[in-house]
Design a protein around this ligand. Sequence first.
Ligand SMILES: [Zn+2]
Length: 290
Amino acid sequence: MLEQRRRRTERLFLRYPIQVAGNDTAGKPFGETTHTIVVNRHGGRIVLKAQVSAAQTIRITQITSGRSADFRVVGLAGPSADGGAEWGVECHDENVNFWGINFPPLDESPDSSSVLLECSGCHEVALTPISMVDYDLLESAGILVRKCGTCQTETEWAYSLNPTRVPGPAMASVAAVAAPPASPEVSPAVRSDVAPTAAGAERRSSPRVPLRLPMRLRNSQDVTDLTKSENVSKGGLAFTSGVMYEIGETLYVTCPYDAGGSHIEMQGRVVRRESVAGTGRYLYGVEYQK
Ligand SMILES: [Zn+2]
Protein backbone atom coordinates (compact mmCIF):
# COMPACT_ATOMS: atom_id res chain seq x y z
CA MET A 1 0.00 0.00 0.00
CA LEU A 2 2.83 2.35 0.86
CA GLU A 3 4.41 1.70 -2.50
CA GLN A 4 1.22 2.68 -4.29
CA ARG A 5 0.80 5.90 -2.40
CA ARG A 6 4.38 6.95 -2.83
CA ARG A 7 5.68 7.80 -6.29
CA ARG A 8 8.56 5.59 -7.26
CA THR A 9 11.81 7.46 -7.68
CA GLU A 10 15.09 6.91 -9.45
CA ARG A 11 17.62 4.92 -7.46
CA LEU A 12 21.40 4.83 -7.13
CA PHE A 13 23.87 2.08 -6.30
CA LEU A 14 25.48 3.74 -3.29
CA ARG A 15 27.13 1.95 -0.43
CA TYR A 16 26.39 3.93 2.73
CA PRO A 17 27.66 2.49 6.00
CA ILE A 18 24.69 2.09 8.34
CA GLN A 19 23.84 0.81 11.81
CA VAL A 20 20.65 -1.25 12.07
CA ALA A 21 18.78 -2.10 15.28
CA GLY A 22 15.61 -4.05 15.90
CA ASN A 23 14.29 -7.41 16.99
CA ASP A 24 14.97 -10.55 15.00
CA THR A 25 12.33 -13.17 14.14
CA ALA A 26 13.00 -14.88 17.51
CA GLY A 27 12.18 -11.60 19.27
CA LYS A 28 15.79 -11.04 20.31
CA PRO A 29 17.18 -7.50 20.02
CA PHE A 30 20.01 -7.14 17.51
CA GLY A 31 22.30 -4.39 16.37
CA GLU A 32 24.67 -4.62 13.42
CA THR A 33 26.89 -2.43 11.32
CA THR A 34 26.24 -3.02 7.64
CA HIS A 35 25.68 -1.08 4.41
CA THR A 36 23.23 -0.15 1.71
CA ILE A 37 23.30 -1.62 -1.79
CA VAL A 38 20.82 0.75 -3.41
CA VAL A 39 19.19 3.96 -2.18
CA ASN A 40 16.10 5.82 -3.39
CA ARG A 41 13.94 8.67 -2.08
CA HIS A 42 12.09 6.56 0.48
CA GLY A 43 14.60 3.87 1.43
CA GLY A 44 16.48 1.31 -0.56
CA ARG A 45 18.05 -2.10 -0.24
CA ILE A 46 20.34 -3.09 2.63
CA VAL A 47 22.40 -6.10 3.67
CA LEU A 48 21.45 -7.75 6.99
CA LYS A 49 22.83 -10.79 8.76
CA ALA A 50 20.03 -10.73 11.37
CA GLN A 51 16.84 -12.64 10.56
CA VAL A 52 14.01 -10.15 10.09
CA SER A 53 10.59 -10.39 8.49
CA ALA A 54 8.50 -8.31 6.11
CA ALA A 55 6.42 -5.49 7.63
CA GLN A 56 8.45 -5.26 10.83
CA THR A 57 10.10 -2.02 11.93
CA ILE A 58 13.86 -1.51 12.20
CA ARG A 59 15.88 1.55 13.17
CA ILE A 60 18.53 2.65 10.70
CA THR A 61 21.29 5.15 11.48
CA GLN A 62 23.36 6.52 8.63
CA ILE A 63 26.88 6.53 10.04
CA THR A 64 28.27 9.44 8.00
CA SER A 65 25.43 11.86 8.79
CA GLY A 66 24.34 10.43 12.15
CA ARG A 67 20.73 10.62 10.91
CA SER A 68 18.37 7.98 12.38
CA ALA A 69 14.86 6.93 11.39
CA ASP A 70 12.42 4.02 11.63
CA PHE A 71 12.04 1.91 8.50
CA ARG A 72 9.58 -0.75 7.50
CA VAL A 73 11.04 -3.96 6.10
CA VAL A 74 9.32 -4.23 2.71
CA GLY A 75 10.57 -7.66 1.70
CA LEU A 76 13.42 -10.03 1.02
CA ALA A 77 15.32 -9.36 -2.23
CA GLY A 78 17.59 -12.39 -2.02
CA PRO A 79 20.83 -13.68 -0.57
CA SER A 80 23.70 -11.21 -0.32
CA ALA A 81 27.14 -11.76 -1.80
CA ASP A 82 28.48 -10.27 1.45
CA GLY A 83 26.73 -12.91 3.60
CA GLY A 84 23.25 -12.57 5.09
CA ALA A 85 20.46 -11.28 2.87
CA GLU A 86 19.37 -8.16 1.04
CA TRP A 87 16.15 -6.51 2.23
CA GLY A 88 14.05 -3.73 0.77
CA VAL A 89 13.34 -1.03 3.36
CA GLU A 90 11.17 2.07 3.37
CA CYS A 91 11.20 4.99 5.78
CA HIS A 92 8.02 5.31 7.89
CA ASP A 93 8.07 9.10 7.52
CA GLU A 94 7.93 9.95 3.84
CA ASN A 95 8.95 13.56 4.52
CA VAL A 96 12.37 12.52 5.81
CA ASN A 97 15.13 13.01 3.23
CA PHE A 98 17.20 10.29 4.88
CA TRP A 99 20.13 10.10 2.46
CA GLY A 100 20.31 13.86 1.91
CA ILE A 101 19.72 13.41 -1.82
CA ASN A 102 16.81 14.76 -3.82
CA PHE A 103 15.60 12.05 -6.18
CA PRO A 104 13.47 12.72 -9.27
CA PRO A 105 10.43 10.55 -10.07
CA LEU A 106 11.26 7.35 -11.91
CA ASP A 107 11.76 7.82 -15.66
CA GLU A 108 11.92 4.47 -17.38
CA SER A 109 12.59 5.77 -20.90
CA PRO A 110 15.81 4.21 -22.20
CA ASP A 111 17.43 7.51 -23.24
CA SER A 112 16.85 9.42 -20.00
CA SER A 113 20.06 10.50 -18.25
CA SER A 114 20.70 11.72 -14.74
CA VAL A 115 23.65 12.75 -12.66
CA LEU A 116 24.32 13.47 -9.00
CA LEU A 117 24.98 17.21 -8.77
CA GLU A 118 25.67 19.56 -5.89
CA CYS A 119 24.64 23.22 -5.66
CA SER A 120 27.65 25.48 -5.05
CA GLY A 121 25.46 27.83 -2.99
CA CYS A 122 23.67 25.63 -0.47
CA HIS A 123 25.41 22.25 -1.11
CA GLU A 124 22.09 20.56 -1.78
CA VAL A 125 22.67 17.25 -3.57
CA ALA A 126 20.22 16.13 -6.25
CA LEU A 127 20.03 13.33 -8.75
CA THR A 128 19.34 15.63 -11.68
CA PRO A 129 17.81 14.65 -15.04
CA ILE A 130 20.08 16.03 -17.79
CA SER A 131 20.07 16.31 -21.57
CA MET A 132 23.06 15.37 -23.75
CA VAL A 133 23.76 19.12 -24.15
CA ASP A 134 23.89 19.41 -20.33
CA TYR A 135 26.22 16.42 -20.23
CA ASP A 136 28.60 17.97 -22.78
CA LEU A 137 28.63 21.19 -20.75
CA LEU A 138 29.39 19.30 -17.56
CA GLU A 139 32.22 17.43 -19.25
CA SER A 140 33.80 20.55 -20.78
CA ALA A 141 33.07 23.29 -18.22
CA GLY A 142 32.57 21.19 -15.11
CA ILE A 143 29.46 23.12 -14.12
CA LEU A 144 25.83 23.55 -15.07
CA VAL A 145 23.86 26.67 -14.24
CA ARG A 146 20.37 25.83 -13.08
CA LYS A 147 17.70 26.98 -10.71
CA CYS A 148 18.11 25.85 -7.11
CA GLY A 149 14.87 25.56 -5.15
CA THR A 150 16.67 26.15 -1.87
CA CYS A 151 18.78 29.12 -3.03
CA GLN A 152 15.74 30.44 -4.97
CA THR A 153 17.98 31.56 -7.79
CA GLU A 154 20.16 30.23 -10.61
CA THR A 155 23.31 28.68 -9.18
CA GLU A 156 26.29 26.66 -10.37
CA TRP A 157 25.99 22.90 -9.98
CA ALA A 158 28.93 20.50 -10.23
CA TYR A 159 29.38 16.76 -10.00
CA SER A 160 28.76 15.57 -6.47
CA LEU A 161 31.64 13.34 -5.48
CA ASN A 162 29.74 11.36 -2.94
CA PRO A 163 31.97 10.43 -0.01
CA THR A 164 30.33 7.01 0.02
CA ARG A 165 32.00 4.04 -1.59
CA VAL A 166 30.39 3.77 -5.00
CA PRO A 167 30.63 0.32 -6.55
CA GLY A 168 32.68 0.37 -9.71
CA PRO A 169 35.70 -1.04 -11.47
CA ALA A 170 38.03 -0.63 -8.51
CA MET A 171 35.62 -1.90 -5.89
CA ALA A 172 38.34 -3.14 -3.58
CA SER A 173 39.99 0.27 -3.54
CA VAL A 174 39.29 2.64 -0.70
CA ALA A 175 40.05 5.66 -2.90
CA ALA A 176 36.38 6.51 -3.36
CA VAL A 177 35.91 6.71 0.40
CA ALA A 178 38.63 9.31 0.58
CA ALA A 179 37.31 11.24 -2.43
CA PRO A 180 37.28 14.96 -1.67
CA PRO A 181 33.92 16.68 -1.20
CA ALA A 182 32.40 18.18 -4.31
CA SER A 183 33.97 21.36 -5.55
CA PRO A 184 33.94 22.90 -9.00
CA GLU A 185 37.77 22.79 -9.07
CA VAL A 186 38.01 19.03 -9.19
CA SER A 187 35.07 18.46 -11.46
CA PRO A 188 36.67 19.22 -14.85
CA ALA A 189 39.05 16.35 -14.16
CA VAL A 190 36.12 13.96 -14.21
CA ARG A 191 36.05 12.97 -17.83
CA SER A 192 34.94 9.63 -19.08
CA ASP A 193 36.76 10.01 -22.41
CA VAL A 194 40.25 10.46 -20.98
CA ALA A 195 42.34 7.33 -20.86
CA PRO A 196 43.65 6.28 -17.48
CA THR A 197 47.35 6.51 -16.78
CA ALA A 198 49.31 3.31 -16.56
CA ALA A 199 49.80 3.69 -12.83
CA GLY A 200 47.14 1.78 -10.99
CA ALA A 201 47.32 4.11 -8.02
CA GLU A 202 46.52 7.12 -10.17
CA ARG A 203 43.72 5.29 -11.88
CA ARG A 204 42.17 4.38 -8.56
CA SER A 205 42.38 7.95 -7.34
CA SER A 206 40.15 9.20 -10.15
CA PRO A 207 36.78 10.22 -8.72
CA ARG A 208 33.78 8.11 -9.54
CA VAL A 209 30.60 10.00 -10.31
CA PRO A 210 27.08 8.60 -10.01
CA LEU A 211 26.10 9.23 -13.63
CA ARG A 212 23.31 7.37 -15.40
CA LEU A 213 23.78 7.56 -19.16
CA PRO A 214 22.41 5.38 -21.95
CA MET A 215 25.16 3.04 -23.06
CA ARG A 216 25.76 0.32 -25.62
CA LEU A 217 27.95 -2.75 -25.16
CA ARG A 218 29.30 -5.18 -27.70
CA ASN A 219 31.42 -8.23 -27.10
CA SER A 220 33.43 -10.47 -29.41
CA GLN A 221 30.43 -12.80 -29.80
CA ASP A 222 28.53 -9.86 -31.33
CA VAL A 223 26.13 -9.61 -28.42
CA THR A 224 24.78 -6.05 -28.44
CA ASP A 225 23.36 -4.80 -25.19
CA LEU A 226 21.67 -1.47 -24.42
CA THR A 227 21.67 -0.39 -20.80
CA LYS A 228 22.61 2.54 -18.54
CA SER A 229 25.74 3.37 -16.63
CA GLU A 230 25.55 3.53 -12.83
CA ASN A 231 28.73 5.48 -12.27
CA VAL A 232 31.60 6.71 -14.39
CA SER A 233 35.25 7.53 -13.78
CA LYS A 234 38.23 8.33 -15.99
CA GLY A 235 39.28 4.72 -16.03
CA GLY A 236 36.00 2.90 -16.47
CA LEU A 237 32.40 2.57 -15.49
CA ALA A 238 29.82 0.42 -13.75
CA PHE A 239 26.51 -0.74 -15.22
CA THR A 240 23.86 -3.40 -14.76
CA SER A 241 22.85 -5.90 -17.40
CA GLY A 242 20.82 -9.06 -17.73
CA VAL A 243 23.56 -10.47 -19.98
CA MET A 244 26.18 -12.69 -18.32
CA TYR A 245 29.69 -11.46 -19.17
CA GLU A 246 32.82 -13.19 -17.93
CA ILE A 247 35.44 -11.61 -15.67
CA GLY A 248 38.31 -10.61 -17.96
CA GLU A 249 36.07 -10.49 -21.03
CA THR A 250 36.69 -7.66 -23.51
CA LEU A 251 33.74 -5.32 -24.08
CA TYR A 252 33.36 -2.42 -26.50
CA VAL A 253 31.59 0.40 -24.69
CA THR A 254 29.78 3.41 -26.13
CA CYS A 255 28.75 5.79 -23.35
CA PRO A 256 26.82 7.98 -23.71
CA TYR A 257 25.00 6.16 -26.49
CA ASP A 258 22.77 8.20 -28.74
CA ALA A 259 21.09 6.09 -31.42
CA GLY A 260 21.11 9.01 -33.88
CA GLY A 261 24.51 10.47 -33.01
CA SER A 262 28.14 9.62 -33.54
CA HIS A 263 29.73 7.01 -31.36
CA ILE A 264 33.06 6.84 -29.63
CA GLU A 265 33.68 3.25 -28.68
CA MET A 266 36.07 2.38 -25.86
CA GLN A 267 37.60 -1.02 -25.32
CA GLY A 268 37.31 -2.29 -21.79
CA ARG A 269 37.68 -5.37 -19.65
CA VAL A 270 35.19 -6.78 -17.14
CA VAL A 271 36.92 -6.56 -13.75
CA ARG A 272 33.96 -7.17 -11.48
CA ARG A 273 30.60 -8.94 -11.55
CA GLU A 274 28.03 -9.15 -8.76
CA SER A 275 24.49 -10.44 -9.04
CA VAL A 276 21.85 -7.90 -8.08
CA ALA A 277 19.57 -9.79 -5.68
CA GLY A 278 16.06 -10.40 -6.89
CA THR A 279 16.48 -8.83 -10.34
CA GLY A 280 18.19 -11.47 -12.50
CA ARG A 281 20.72 -8.76 -13.41
CA TYR A 282 24.41 -8.28 -12.72
CA LEU A 283 26.32 -5.22 -11.61
CA TYR A 284 29.53 -4.97 -13.62
CA GLY A 285 32.70 -2.98 -13.33
CA VAL A 286 34.58 -2.36 -16.58
CA GLU A 287 38.07 -0.87 -16.80
CA TYR A 288 39.05 0.85 -20.03
CA GLN A 289 42.09 -0.40 -21.89
CA LYS A 290 44.38 1.63 -24.08
ZN1 LIG B 1 21.34 25.92 -3.72
